[in-house]
Design a protein around this ligand. Structure first.
Ligand code: PEP
Ligand code: MG
Length: 690
């Protein structure tokens, strides 16, 4: 065994191109060659590019090379020579510059899910698919490994072609990086680990490549040298290429380190739903609004989120440090040490987040003047089921079932859905649960459909189901069967009028008859209609005669009444929940239901906001469904107000001319009537057009 000391003297350190040259030289020798940081903090196999890069050896780093084998002396001479020649990077080409000195950058947005988080940026551009885990049968494991090797070969051919083109068009200097990519692909640290993972975990090749890639990348995001850390994107690039070749789709999927903050122009709700919460700490997006499904899911998962940051994404790089402060609706890129200190102090003094504010109180809550109000839970994902109990909900007022479809191909069979609905019945208990038929289209499940020019006005919700009857029948059957286990109802989303209700009910009746004929165990269910578009409000009296209950979807009601895209931050000023037109719509719906003697459950985000919940009670609502974590707060507020007083305020609001007027009225009335319940920061603020 022999060893020598080395120092990295090249300006950019031991980065990918330099490491590629080192691997090339080291691989000529039989001896094993190990590089160690002199401070003992890391060591690497000098024949593995991925291993070398994890040394994070920037300029000035002292290293030791240890050789073991028959040609150890020659190997050491060759490597020492390479170091002294700065890795033979002698070609004349434009050396990439390290990123400029990082400066603290603050951006204002809208905090839509509580919390303050310090983490590292993980950039994610949407429009691509995730990678799913499948369990591979013992007999098929060899075939899976073969599939992986084929993808490696294909990736290599592609990279060689790209390299040749780059050499021709851009010069050798730029083409060098593809040498490094090619070496990544051949690196046993990657290929062996993926194959081992396939066998050990009986996993599909895509999943194995993703997990191994994530691990490698997470090592990168922790590197202390900005320039070297950014080279993690080269590994990401190679992994994405492999995944693309495995799936044939060109996916890009998050590579997650321990404290990732997903930064994206926009995120599909389904992507948020499948994030690994062990790693992802927060979300920061350029687009989005309070009622966008992405925000709703983030709240449900207790994931800190700030949206509406406009052009923030393009200012970030994966691995940058970031502070996300949803309380102030702000993100801070490259926070200084003093900013971090300040925030840590604030986070500690702010006390527990909403998520921790649990209570065991359950059952309906009574206002001071004896009106009983039911507080139910809105649930999107089976992982949230436990929250229904934790926060003392009166059952589930809205199960957004379409999230069962967020992983294409999964959970869509009748049996799988039956399992999910049955679990829902179990958790909801005596108060029961309401399953909404798939509200596919709009923002959700758009990956299941062809892109539409105007998805919110397109083949969404009940329209999608009526056009895809097989999927609708499967869902209806699963619901009817699960209803045999306990109280379960079904609600039809986004009906435009009673004709939509009739068409949907026809399908349900047919499935009842089929289940009956098949002698399957099932139970008939109550059928409701979501009232969330103006035409349904205007014909609510007719619809009320043909359904068992209404659900008032205030999110869409605001969107469609005011013609404001609920997920578009550019028009967020015009998204005014307290617009008089919205209040008329709610009032009219409640009156129509009362007339027909059917219940109304208000399940939009309005019900989750304590001040708005009071207004809803003032308008006559007694059944509210919300993000489970908000139930304790709403419960406290409702238990301390007088429904009669709320009514007085609501009547005044109905007389107002503009959203500004209503908001001002709410601020004044609430502060005078319930000062201890509504400090100013809990009441609607005058928004500004920005
Ligand atoms: C609503 O529109 O208010 C609603 C509850 O449904 P979603 O937010 O899923 O559209
Ligand atoms: Mg809706």
């Amino acid at each position: 065994m022999a060893e020598r000391r080395l120092q990295v003297t090249s300006r950019l350190g031991l980065h990918a191109r330099a490491a590629a040259n080192l691997v090339r030289v080291a691989s000529k020798f039989e001896s094993s060659l190990t590089l160690q940081r002199l401070d003992g903090s890391a060591e690497a196999d000098a024949k593995s590019i991925l291993s070398i890069l994890t040394l994070a050896a920037s300029r000035g780093t002292d290293l030791k090379i240890i050789a073991h084998g028959i040609d150890e002396q020659q190997a050491l001479d060759a490597i020492v020579g390479l170091f002294s020649r700065d890795f033979d990077e002698t070609e004349k080409y434009d050396v990439e510059q390290p990123s400029p000195a990082t400066q603290e950058l603050r951006c204002k947005g809208l905090g839509v899910s509580d919390g303050i988080v310090l983490g590292r940026v993980l950039r994610l551009q949407e429009g691509t698919r995730g990678v799913y885990r499948a369990v591979i049968a013992e007999a098929d494991l060899e075939r899976e490994r073969h599939r992986f090797r084929v993808a490696v070969r294909l990736s290599r051919r592609q990279l060689e072609a790209i390299k040749a083109r780059a050499e021709k068009e851009l010069g050798r200097g730029h083409a060098y990086i593809f040498d490094a990519h090619l070496l990544f692909l051949e690196d046993a640290k990657l290929t062996r680990d993926v194959e081992d993972y396939i066998v050990r975990e009986r996993a599909n090749a895509e999943w194995a490549a993703k997990v191994v890639g994530d691990r490698l990348l997470s090592i990168y995001t922790q590197i202390n040298d900005d320039y070297l850390r950014e080279r993690g994107s080269d590994i990401e690039d190679v992994i994405q290429r492999l995944l693309a070749n495995l799936t044939g789709e060109g996916p890009k999927y998050p590579n997650l380190s321990e404290d990732s903050v997903i930064v994206s122009p926009d995120l599909l709700p389904s992507t948020v739903a499948e994030l690994n919460l062990k790693h992802v700490k927060a979300i920061a997006t350029d687009a989005g609004g309070w009622t966008s499904h992405m925000a709703i899911i983030a709240r449900g998962l207790g994931l800190t989120a700030v949206v509406g940051l406009r052009d923030f994404y393009q200012r970030t790089r994966t691995g940058d440090q970031i502070l996300v402060d949803a309380r102030r609706g702000e993100v801070i890129l490259h926070p200084t040490a003093s900013t971090i200190e300040q925030y840590q102090a604030t986070a500690e003094s702010a006390g527990p987040s909403l998520r921790e504010d649990k209570t065991v109180e359950s059952g309906p809550v009574e206002t001071q003047d004896g009106v009983l109000i039911s507080l139910r839970a809105n649930v999107e994902l089976p992982t949230e089921f436990q929250a229904v109990r934790d926060f003392g909900a009166c059952g589930v007022g809205l199960f957004r079932s379409e999230f069962l479809l967020s992983r294409p191909g999964l959970m869509s069979s009748e049996e799988q859905q039956y399992g999910a609905y049955k679990a829902l019945v179990d958790v909801a208990g005596e108060h029961g649960a309401i399953v909404r038929l798939f509200d596919v289209g709009g923002e959700v499940g758009s990956e299941l459909k062809e892109r539409e020019r105007n998805p919110a006005l397109g083949l969404r919700a009940v329209r999608f189901s009526l056009r895809n009857k097989a999927a609708m029948r499967t869902q209806v059957r699963a619901i009817l069967r699960a209803a045999a286990a306990g109280p379960l109802s079904l609600v039809i989303p986004m009906v435009a009028d009673v004709a939509d209700v009739r068409r949907a009910k026809q399908v349900i009746t047919e499935e009842v008859a089929r289940l009956d004929a098949e002698q399957k165990q099932f139970s008939e269910v109550q059928i409701g209609a979501m009232i969330e578009v103006p035409s349904a409000v205007l014909t609510a009296e007719t619809i009320a005669k043909e359904v068992d209950f209404f659900e008032l979807g205030t999110n869409d009601l605001v969107q469609y009444t005011l013609a404001v895209d609920r997920g578009n931050d550019k028009v967020s000023y015009w998204f005014r929940t307290l617009h008089p037109a919205v209040l008329y719509g709610i009032n009219r719906t409640l009156l129509a239901a009362r007339e027909a003697n059917i219940p109304v459950i208000v399940c939009g985000e309005m019900a989750s906001t304590p001040a708005y919940a009071v207004l809803l009670i003032g308008l006559g609502a007694i059944d509210l469904s919300m993000t489970p974590a908000m139930i304790p707060r709403v419960r406290t507020v409702v238990s301390r107000i007088n429904a009669d007083e709320a009514r007085e305020v609501a009547l005044k609001c109905l007389q107002a001319a503009t959203a500004d007027d209503v908001e001002e009225l709410v601020r004044n009335e609430f502060r005078t009537r319930w000062p201890e319940l509504f400090p100013l920061n809990t009441l609607p603020k005058p928004p500004q057009i920005s």
